[in-house]
Write a new protein. Sequence first.
Length: 426
Amino acid sequence: MNRSSHATKRWLYIMPIVFITYSLAYLDRANFSFASAAGINDDLGITKGVSSLLGALFFLGYFFFQIPGAVYAERRSVRKLIFVCLILWGGCASLTGMVSNIPMLAAIRFILGIVEAAVMPAMLIYISNWFTRSERSRANTFLILGNPVTVLWMSVVSGYLIQSFGWREMFIFEGIPAVIWAFCWWVLVKDKPTQVGWLSEAEKTELQAQLDREQQGIKAVRNYGEAFRSRNVILLCIQYFAWSIGVYGFVLWLPSIIRSGGENLGMVEVGWLSAVPYLAATVAMILASWASDKLQNRKLFVWPLLLIGGLAFIGSWAVGADHFWISYSLLVIAGAAMYAPYGPFFAIVPEMLPRNVAGGAMALINSMGALGSFFGSWFVGYLNGATGSPSASYIFMGVALFVSVWLTLIVKPANNQKIPVGARHA
């Protein structure tokens, strides 16, 4: 009873904070897709090729600063790191609304990527400090739900803001909440369970003992170099690269694809239609993470879903532009299937590697995802511009997902995957 009571406290206190923080990060990176569909290119004289590069520049900054951010979070403090990042990325997001030329926009997109780079690995490290193995897939999912849920409401809000004010005001208004939230974060968050007053000493001891027990079954790894060279980490890096091509090719260009395919659609209608895949993704993510924690099987809730996503992209290509609503329905399925596996996927690494290197390995994998996101968002934009339709990009994103399915299948589960039942429920 005591154990379930402190578990409830942790879920109710920590997860809303984690969710809001990642939501704000996602808001300030994904709203560029709406500016692209709403006229930023015409206003600043941006060609289609330069537009896809500007959209992708964020991920280049994101790629380079993942591991330094994770090392700081692991060895020093998640709390301090995220506080500074919140202020900086909110400021960069608002400044995007004030740009007057392409170099300014390029610089801000790149800097935004740098200051948001540490968020994902730092939050995954934070979760691993607070949640046990049997809770981790669900906890990761609540973090990453900030992604589709944000795009869900942002799609609608951004559509209205652009229609009422314009794309500049959209950026300015949507950057302010992150700066305000930074101070809430500072007051509410502590790095470790031992530092909080809302758990009793017995609850803190019990939680720490369970987390320590789970580390005992994991083979020791001396340093980051050894972890980064391991077969599974290398495979997961390439897998996440391929998966991210599909996800971010989709996220960044969905509003433009919908606007070009649907006749006479205004920005508000585009906003509502862009929101639907993320609603489906939210439901799919919750179900996949719950089942993954229940069955303690991670891979089973990764590759089949990515396979469905790849098939949906190929289906959307096969149907063609003349059947907008069938093609759109398949895109909804693709979006949900690509998002669903995030929680189980990020639970794999802390169960394979010890705590001293798990955060760095997750950052390495996430940085390769950022590189995939850069390549995917740039190349999908390029294909759409060069061919005049999204057909070629559907094939490209589908094939990338098929590659990620194959790589997931050949990852070998760690020998320490099974924790004795008594230990898990102690």
